[in-house]
Design a protein around this ligand. Structure first.
Ligand SMILES: Cc1cc2nc3c(=O)[nH]c(=O)nc-3n(C[C@H](O)[C@H](O)[C@H](O)COP(=O)(O)O)c2cc1C
Length: 424
């Protein structure tokens, strides 16, 4: 079977599936059971200074979409609310009992060097494999000038990363917030500060809904709500985009990435790795389905790698990133046309309505509710295939190329204009 071992900045684990810093990694009881279930590593729930923070009740909101529960999860929790000494003693025992797993400790203390210098030796003493700097929490901590308040200012990211590198021998992973316009700015700052790796994404600022009877944003705490952090399947596209941007950035070359945000199965893990990650972290899926999902993840990834002939993680890491290009590099002459499999079609008319009302009027409706694509009108937008409720009933068929590939190039005399350019 394929070799699933993972190495991120010298932190090794038997498989690339780590639990992300969150409630599943908040205490020894959880972490022990997770590691027994087979997780390759954990990032311990973020530790801070004593006295610990006080959390509110309630804490989570969720989006159920089309019958899928927790398609998105929102939380207004803070970092650990347990005393530092308790966590430290537990981490030490866990590392002693699971020496082959990656035990990384997430940290967030005030943005002054003294605070970081004070906590680092205490954490190092646990024997853990590395630290992850939580520059991402978008609520509660950011109002105290921590979390996203640091992660949104590249100069602070660089400064705190440097403090950590100067005051510990442990590998430093910088966890990035997605609540920023250009993810490359904090990522490059982390590298400039000496980070050994970056991880992303933390949660996305969000309000998950409104209780229209109580007129309260959700989740409600005694009749009031606040914005929280969004995660789970809904955020995967945001995470993949940001991860892809970092992985293809020449300035970031060589810096390992731990990817997360909506990883629920081996397939998303493979996607994140193909986009450039060296391993993945999981939170919502474990909170939804329990620790045992990792068995399917390990089997699924191993089977897929065997089928594809990938001997180890590095064999396919970043392969999709090579094809992740700027829009202007896309082939403007590539054409794809929808085809409706008449045997599979259930005549629901969804494709017709979508195309007729909102797109290109490229589907004809014949008597007897027979739908047919009008090739000359079809622009290959994929909408009909997406709305069709029957798997593989509508497929997109690439058309033979009419000539050499052309892309868009910036006009030599006008940077605001693009013009077609033949690619040799
Ligand atoms: C309830 C909850 C608490 C979290 N607490 C932390 C935390 O203390 N530190 C941190 O870095 N990330 C925290 N996160 C964010 C996760 O580590 C992870 O970045 C995010 O959930 C995306 O992964 P997912 O889509 O697999 O859930 C928390 C997430 C949730 C749902």
């Amino acid at each position: 079977m394929a070799d699933l071992r993972c190495n991120i900045a010298g932190i090794r684990s038997p498989n690339p599936f780590w639990l992300a810093s969150a409630p599943p990694t908040d205490k020894e009881y959880n972490v022990r059971r997770a590691l027994e279930a087979g997780w390759g590593g954990v990032v311990w729930k973020t530790l801070g200074e004593d006295p610990p923070v006080v959390n509110v009740s309630s804490r989570y909101g969720a989006v159920t979409h089309g019958g899928r529960r927790m398609a998105g999860l929102n939380n207004i929790e803070l970092i650990t609310d347990r005393p530092l000494a308790t966590n430290i003693a537990e981490i030490k025992r866990i590392k002693r009992d699971f020496p082959d797993r990656a035990i990384v400790v997430s940290l967030m203390v005030p943005c002054v060097e003294e605070s970081w210098r004070a906590i680092l030796p205490i954490v190092e003493e646990t024997g853990c494999d590395g630290i992850e700097l939580n520059f991402g929490c978008p609520h509660g901590m950011s109002e105290r000038n921590m979390g996203a308040a640091v992660g949104q200012v590249p100069d602070y990211v660089e400064m705190v990363t440097r403090w950590c590198k100067q005051n510990t021998r442990m590998p430093v992973i910088v966890k990035l917030t997605p609540n920023i316009t250009n993810i490359l700015m904090p990522a490059r700052a982390a590298k400039a500060g000496g980070a050994d790796a970056v991880s992303l994404i933390n949660t996305v600022q969000s309000v998950v809904g409104v209780d229209l009877d109580a007129m309260t944003p959700l989740p409600a705490v005694d009749g009031q709500g606040t914005h929280g952090g969004y995660c789970g399947p809904a955020v995967k596209p945001i995470a993949l985009r940001m991860l892809g941007d970092i992985a293809r950035d020449p300035a970031m070359r060589g810096l390992p990435i731990s990817g997360m945000g909506g990883v629920s199965s081996w397939r998303e893990a493979a996607e994140f790795i193909a986009m450039g990650a060296s391993g993945v972290q999981v939170c919502t899926a474990a909170m939804h389905h329990g620790f045992r999902i990792v068995s399917d993840m390990i089997d699924g990834l191993g089977n897929w790698m065997d089928a594809k002939g990938y001997a180890d993680i590095d064999a396919f890491r970043g392969l999709a990133n090579r094809n992740y290009v700027q829009w202007g590099e896309l082939n403007i002459d590539f054409r794809t046309i929808a085809r409706i499999d008449q045997d599979a079609c259930i005549s629901c008319g969804k494709c017709y309505i979508a195309c007729e009302d909102t797109s290109h009027q490229a589907i004809a409706k014949h008597p007897g509710r027979v739908y047919e694509v009008i090739d000359a009108e079809c622009v290959g937008c994929n909408l009909c295939a997406h709305v069709c409720p029957v798997d593989d009933c509508i497929t997109m068929q690439p058309q033979p190329a009419a000539g050499p590939k052309r892309t868009w190039a910036v006009h030599p005399n006008n940077p605001h204009r693009l013009e077609p350019e033949t690619v040799s």
